[in-house]
Design a protein around this ligand. Structure first.
Ligand code: GAR
Length: 213
């Protein structure tokens, strides 16, 4: 384990929060040299917020609906992220588009996880269950997971890590989602660890992984 300070992570989530829980678990077990310094959700009932409160991690319900303008919303996000001294932002099942000023400010320091092999089956409306349904309806033989940098659009940032998952003849969206999610819980922490070890070199759309020193 590196002697350096753990990287300060802030997670954004909207739903069940299993990815946030997996990241927390990997930190606790020493597999990930990071500190989860905050969890933010647009959804007050989000599982990730419940988990954060349970473990004394600062938890914030921040939704565009609470503000009169986009600007006020963005200012609030900046305030919280600055107070938390966020070094890396991870979107973990965050179903809202991150405002552009925040994306710009955290360029190459914001990750998303998508439950398919981008650029297939991504973009607006393709999230969670809909992704797996679309993969099966197309008749794909493989699906997978993509961890990617976040840019101004949905699911279009450069991939950092990808993993394939076989599609079985008898798969339903639920069975495929479960296998993909299991891989998400591994690969997201691996990607974060690469950032923690400063082994990521962004070269246009090519994200190169540097050898361990
Ligand atoms: C995950 O499968 C994640 O990849 C997906 O939502 C699920 C959230 O699960 N995200 C997207 O589809 C974003 N385009 P979780 O709340 O249990 O982590």
């Amino acid at each position: 384990m590196s002697e350096s300070k753990p990287i300060r992570l802030v997670a954004f989530a909207s739903g069940g929060g299993s990815n946030v829980r997996a990241i927390y678990h990997n930190i606790e077990t020493g597999a990930l040299h990071a500190e989860l310094v905050g969890v933010i959700s647009n959804n007050s009932q989000c599982g990730a917020l419940v988990h954060a409160r349970l473990h004394n991690i600062p938890a914030f319900h921040i939704s565009r609906k609470q503000f009169d303008s986009d600007d006020d919303f963005v200012q609030k996000l900046f305030k919280v992220l600055t107070e938390l001294k966020a070094e890396l932002i991870v979107l973990a099942g965050y179903m809202k588009k991150m405002p552009e000023p925040v994306v710009r400010a955290y360029k190459n320091r914001m990750l998303n996880i998508h439950p398919a092999l981008l650029p297939s089956f991504g973009g607006k409306g393709l999230y969670g269950h809909f992704v797996h349904e679309a993969v099966l309806n197309y008749g794909c033989k493989v699906s997978g997971v993509t961890v990617h940098l976040v840019d101004a659009d949905f699911d279009t940032g450069a991939p950092v890590l990808q993993r394939c998952i076989s599609v079985f003849d008898n798969d339903t969206p639920e069975t495929l989602a479960a296998r993909v999610l299991k891989e998400e819980h591994i690969i997201y922490s691996q990607a974060i660890q690469l950032f923690a070890e400063e082994r990521i070199l962004v070269d246009g759309r090519r994200v190169r992984i540097l050898e361990k020193e």
